[in-house]
Design a protein around this ligand. Structure first.
Ligand SMILES: Nc1ncnc2c1ncn2[C@@H]1O[C@H](COP(=O)(O)OP(=O)(O)O)[C@@H](O)[C@H]1O
Ligand SMILES: [Mg+2]
Length: 236
């Protein structure tokens, strides 16, 4: 089981432009937590700050009691907090297999091959595509590779940025089934989404990010029924 990921009073930005203010939230072991918000709200910046890719200005990020604030991205991955970046960011001219093995770049154990086999049992489509160049796959397949590559790092908390962006609903449904399977193995999940309905359906709790601040939070089922959420994000 995973520990608690705790973000406490985090502020971050780029240059002297502040993007995030006073962000606090916890992700408990075994939870799926959604962070929803419009384009430009600061969702990717928040995941970047947790992952050590965006410098934090103040506040802290801890995982399982260990302070990760200001740590290098590799140290955050080694601690078990692994991001699936927005836009997949695959190595397009490398094979699927090579991309997946890149996910294990920090590991020195002898179970990398057997982990890969287990993942390919879970994702049979990727087994068929193993020797294809990643750049030649469909968007949904590429997203599967991006998720699988993150899993090769043996995450305890998976941070997934805009998994559904640009994908057909049938692809999104397939990916959600994969997310549920991963979750059932004990991995905690933070899902960042503009697709609010998808995110609220799969998560237990959610936070609404508006121009760098949390505006609302609560059980996802309640947020789905919240008039403000309906009006602003669901077009109802
Ligand atoms: N690398 C960057 N340098 C400067 N500003 C950035 C950078 N990345 C994002 N921003 C700005 O930060 C704000 C939040 O962006 P982002 O975190 O990508 O939002 P979201 O993921 O919610 O769409 C936006 O105003 C965006 O223009
Ligand atoms: Mg983003």
């Amino acid at each position: 089981m995973s520990g608690v990921l705790r973000v406490d009073r985090l502020a971050a930005g780029y240059g002297d432009t502040q993007v995030l203010w006073d962000i606090s939230f916890d992700v408990n072991p075994g939870e799926i937590v959604a962070i929803i918000g419009s384009n430009g709200a600061g969702k990717s910046t928040l995941l970047g700050a947790i992952s050590g890719l965006v410098r934090t200005w103040s506040g802290s990020v801890t995982y399982d009691g260990r302070d990760l604030t200001g740590d290098h991205a590799d140290q955050v991955v080694a601690a078990g907090v692994v991001q699936v970046p927005q836009g997949r960011r695959l190595f397009g001219s490398m094979t699927v297999e090579e991309n997946l093995l890149m996910g294990a770049y920090l590991r020195r154990d002898k179970e990398i091959r057997s982990d890969l086999e287990k993942l390919l049992d879970l994702l049979p489509r990727l087994r068929e595509r193993l020797q294809y160049l990643a750049g030649h796959l469909s968007g949904g397949e590429q997203q599967q590779v991006a998720i699988a590559r993150a899993l090769m790092a043996r995450p305890k908390v998976l941070l997934i940025d805009e998994m559904s962006l640009g994908l057909a609903p049938v692809m999104v449904d397939q990916l959600l089934e994969i997310i549920k399977t991963i979750h059932a193995t004990g991995v905690s999940i933070v899902m960042v989404e503009q697709d609010v309905e998808t995110a609220l359906e799969v998560s237990g709790r959610a936070y609404v990010l508006e121009t760098g601040r949390f505006a609302l939070s609560g059980p996802s089922s309640e947020l789905l029924d919240d008039p403000k959420v309906k009006k602003a994000y669901l077009g109802i």
